[in-house]
Design a binder for this molecule. Sequence first.
Ligand code: FES
Ligand SMILES: [Fe+2]
Length: 359
Amino acid sequence: MAKTADYALGEYTYPRGWFMIGTSADATTTPAAVRYFGEDMVMYRGESGKVFLIEAYCPHMGTHLAKNTSSYVVVDKKHVEGDGIRCPYHAWRFGPDGQCDDIPYSPVKPPKAACVKSWKVVERAGCLWTWYDPENGLPDYELPAFEQWDKPSWVNWNVECLGELACHPQEVVDNMADKGHLEPVHGSIDMIQFENEFDGILVRQILTAGHKTLAGSGAEPMTNDTWYTGPGILQSTMIGEYPSHMLIAHTPVDDGVIKVWYGLFVKVKNDQPTDADRELARGYEQAGVAAFAQDFEIWANKRPCINPLMVRGDGPFDKVRIWYKQFYNPRARAGEFQNRVNGRYVTRGTQQAPWDTAA
Ligand code: FES
Ligand SMILES: [Fe+2]
């Protein structure tokens, strides 16, 4: 398993950006142990309904704040109290900002040092997101709106966690430039168009081709417009009889290990989707998972690719890798990497078609 340093990505082990940390269903008033960015964390839903993400270990004596079933703090349902969480060991309570605000047996006010780190959580489109920044800065770009979530004629996605993958996210992001795998892996026959555009924190791919997994052989070519907003959130729209909007999210768990999710919105013909519409949408989503599983199987079993051996007809992998470095370096240097790649590139062997869909 290769690490960030092996790819010479930059100063930081984990990239700056918006990342998925679970689906809405994953956060309840029973605190859950999670791990992201090389840290053990606890995620829970407070009594207000808000979701919180904090460091896992209590500063008093190092107890894991979630991993307990037998303490009376847990048994008597005092584990989550308001929007705070009580440690199962000596029942110190931490507020949503991570500061200890109650030590039941001590006459003194909790000291300032009695606090755990906390990360802000945004709940949107049935998923939980957090902003991660090794420099601890505020977000420098917006979390995508996922506006289909509230549109009645779109059947909502049912985001599925595909588990952990012991593969550096660089290799997943490489996919944006990977024209050559599309026909062998996904059956993207008769490719008409393959283009990339780099624009700041966005990288985009336009593909027009057949797709054996999604459409069967002999079907009309489809156009996919696919883009990353930052290092961990990929969306893709597909125009067809039933337009769809896909999400692939991946978040570092440890250096060289990611957790991956997949979801698909499908636009149906009725303003209020019927049961049949929902069934059709679920079928599309499952076909999408199958197509993504074709990539997943390759990534799960390959050795790391530190220096790709490129030939003519491969897409602009070098540019994708430069683009990706902006997230592993101080934000003051992001423009440097963006300026080196911003622009549009057509990969040899395809023609440039009109640029008519907007990301
Ligand atoms: S270890 Fe958490 S309250 Fe003592
Ligand atoms: Fe792929």
